[in-house]
Design a protein around this ligand. Structure first.
Ligand SMILES: NC(=O)c1ccc[n+]([C@@H]2O[C@H](COP(=O)([O-])OP(=O)(O)OC[C@H]3O[C@@H](n4cnc5c(N)ncnc54)[C@H](O)[C@@H]3O)[C@@H](O)[C@H]2O)c1
Length: 343
């Protein structure tokens, strides 16, 4: 049994990860501001004796929080391009300074293993196909630049007592307790289900590698369980070669599942990213293989929508809208609150 500290535990990946590690018999400390709700993990997790909720900002984490921790998995932060564009200084403060603070505290507390959740979007405007971990990065946004900066800093912190592993996730899809309808498969599936329309932005030829959220968790678990010499100081793209799609192909998968859907081409897209990535290293080194397909992910979302398991109108599923709402709340509180109260 390991003591695993997961930051971003209340998030899309984090909430799925917490379930997995608890089911494997580990102890989990779930660090998060819980911006998407303190109830997100559900009563089963909250009542589990092996789970500790630590509602704390990653910028305020201390060495004491890391006492007796065997592994730190850092998932916390502002998690997409448009949200990071809202307030670049805030993005820097949370995603860069917060991330580095977590790692420095872990190192000081002598936590032996640290795994960071990076992103294939560091490749940005990929100039070739089958980009590997040694390919040049071309980050296109504050979000992706932040990932590159954190990665560099973390590798400098690594030493013989502090194993750092960087996992560059493909774009994630599938069901999670904290649902995200701002990721390509998830949003296309929702729009097809709700409005019978699929929008393809920017021509549809752009490449997006994809991975199911439960496969992401398996990838992190594989990095955690691997012998140190296989993962220390290493970067891995996390995904599978079979799931490098062009956006128009993703639309085709969803159209197959939901008939009578109109596909609408929108020539412009502010998002210029395109990257086709090789996932050979993680397969060869850690034996990682994705278990789920894009079709599986879209299918389970459709079923969850049909059965009312997820609310298609829950504003918290649209990451940027929710952060805009929280920023408005903060402004209103600053203007009107007396003794922390408005009423
Ligand atoms: N989902 C994807 O497609 C994807 C792809 C590549 C990389 N990633 C990375 O994986 C990680 C997790 O992504 P996700 O999809 O679960 O995003 P998410 O937005 O669902 O989760 C992030 C969590 O971090 C928390 N958080 C934000 N700021 C915080 C702070 N200052 N202190 C403490 N907690 C804070 C939020 O409350 C949230 O629960 C992120 O680092 C993201 O960049 C995600």
């Amino acid at each position: 049994m390991k003591n695993i500290l997961v930051t971003g535990a209340g998030g899309y990946i984090g909430s799925t990860m917490v379930d997995h590690f608890l089911s494997q018999g580990h102890r989990v400390i779930g660090v998060d501001r819980y911006y998407f709700g303190k109830d997100v993990l559900g009563s089963e997790v909250m009542n589990n004796q092996r789970f500790t909720m630590l509602q704390k900002d990653i910028r305020d984490i201390t060495v004491e929080d890391m006492k007796d921790v065997d592994v730190v998995i850092d998932l916390a932060g502002l998690s997409n391009d448009p949200t990071c564009d809202l307030k670049p200084n805030l993005t820097y403060s949370i995603n860069f300074k917060g991330g580095i603070n977590v790692a420095e505290c872990a190192r000081k507390a002598k936590v032996p293993r640290y795994i960071y959740s990076s992103s294939c979007s560091v490749y940005g405007l990929g100039e070739a196909t089958k980009l590997t971990e040694t390919s040049e990065v071309h980050p296109q946004s504050y979000y992706a630049k932040g990932k590159v900066d954190v990665e560099r800093h973390l590798l400098e912190l690594a030493n013989s007592d502090f194993s750092v592993t960087l996992l560059r996730n493909a774009t994630v899809y599938g069901l999670s307790k904290r649902m995200r309808f701002d990721l390509v498969i998830n949003i296309m599936t929702l729009k097809a289900w709700k409005d019978r329309r699929i929008f393809i932005l920017g021509g549809g030829k752009q490449w997006r590698p994809l991975i199911h959220v439960r496969d992401v968790v398996s990838g992190f678990a594989a990095a955690m369980d691997a012998p140190r010499d296989k993962v220390a100081g290493q970067i891995f793209n996390l995904g599978s070669d079979e799931q490098n799609y062009q956006v128009f192909q993703i639309a085709g998968i969803i159209k197959d599942l939901i008939p009578n859907v109109e596909v609408i081409q929108v020539p412009d897209d502010a998002d210029k990213r395109t990257y086709n990535v090789s996932f050979a290293k993680i397969k060869q080194t850690l034996g990682f293989q994705a278990q789920f397909s894009a079709r599986d992910g879209a299918k389970e979302i459709i079923e969850a929508l049909n059965y009312g398991v997820i609310d298609p109108d829950d504003a918290r599923t649209r990451t940027i809208d929710h952060y805009k709402f929280l920023l408005r709340v903060e402004d209103t509180m600053a203007e009107l609150a007396k003794n922390g109260r408005i009423f």
